[in-house]
Every structure is written in structure tokens, then in C-alpha cells.
Design a binder for this molecule. Structure first.
Ligand code: CU
Length: 161
């Protein structure tokens, strides 16, 4: 005896099953629960560890007076409280510099490159516990303009909640 294959009716019953399943999923997920799930997910993503490369380059950043001064490539950082922040500092200058945050007791010192065109690299991992805006500066007397103007050898770290 041959069984008659009926694709059309079989598809109809699968489709009917799917419709029922989708309907029950929608019914058990009220709008408030979805919003909370999204908020939790985005907070988790925000706190994921990040890595930053900071290049320290002499006579590199153009100022309004048309001269170039020593500068960090990312003088204004924004991170999240509790986030693991790994920063690789690449010092292309033969002079030493530092990333010092007096309010937080942080002072990372970077020795100079062995010669012009070389680089001295140091990687540090920092975690900022409390939200706020903190000022950092280089404590070595490297470049008078850079040390007194935001965005060169001094800047900010904004720590978000
Ligand atoms: Cu400096």
C-alpha cells in the first residue's frame, strides 16, 4: 500500500504550530520585562574590559599659535566605574613622561625611547572605582606649553556610573 505524501497539508500544520508558539511567547513577555532585560544587557556591555593605546609623541600636536607641542594621543578618556581599562603607553620621545592622577594616587612613569625613532612601551591595567572627572598630568618638566594646556601633557578621565 502506498502512503500519499501531502506536502501542502503538512506545511499547514507546522505553520499552525508556529503561530501558537509565537503567540504564547508574546503573551509571557510583557513590555516592562523587555525594557529591564535591555537595560541589564547594555550595562553589562558598558563594563566590558577595554584596551586603549596612548601614543606620547614630541612636537606632535598643533596649537593655536601654529607651533607643535608634546602630546598624548588621547588626553580625554571616558571609562566606566569598575571597568578594567588596559592602557598601552607608547613613548616615542627620548625624554620621560608620566600619567599622574594626584586625586587617585596613580603615577605611571614612562622612560624615554633609547633614540629618536624608537619607542618605549609600558602597559598598565587600571580600574576606576568611583564616577567623576579626574585630572591627569605629566609631572616631568617636558614642554611648558603642553604641561599647562589641556589636551597635551594634561587632560581628564571621565568615569561614568
Ligand atoms: Cu611630559
Amino acid at each position: 500500500m502506498r502512503t500519499t505524501y501531502r506536502p501542502a497539508s503538512r506545511l499547514t500544520s507546522i505553520a499552525a504550530g508556529l503561530t501558537v508558539s509565537l503567540a504564547s511567547l508574546v503573551a509571557v513577555a510583557p513590555p516592562v520585562a523587555s525594557a529591564q532585560t535591555r537595560a541589564t544587557a547594555s550595562k553589562a556591555a558598558a563594563h566590558r574590559a577595554i584596551t586603549i593605546v596612548e601614543r606620547i609623541t614630541p612636537s606632535s600636536k598643533l596649537a593655536p599659535d601654529d607651533q607643535k607641542y608634546d602630546a598624548f594621543s588621547q588626553p580625554f578618556l571616558t571609562v566606566y566605574a569598575g571597568q578594567r581599562v588596559t592602557i598601552t603607553f607608547e613613548n616615542y620621545d627620548t625624554a620621560q613622561h608620566s600619567f599622574t592622577v594626584p586625586q587617585l594616587g596613580i603615577s605611571e612613569i614612562f622612560k624615554g625611547a633609547v633614540r629618536d625613532g624608537a619607542v618605549a612601551t609600558k602597559t598598565v591595567t587600571l580600574t576606576f572605582a568611583h564616577p567623576g572627572t579626574y585630572h591627569w598630568k605629566c609631572v616631568f618638566p617636558c614642554d611648558g606649553y603642553s604641561m599647562t594646556n589641556q589636551g597635551y601633557m594634561t587632560g581628564t578621565i571621565t568615569v561614568l556610573r
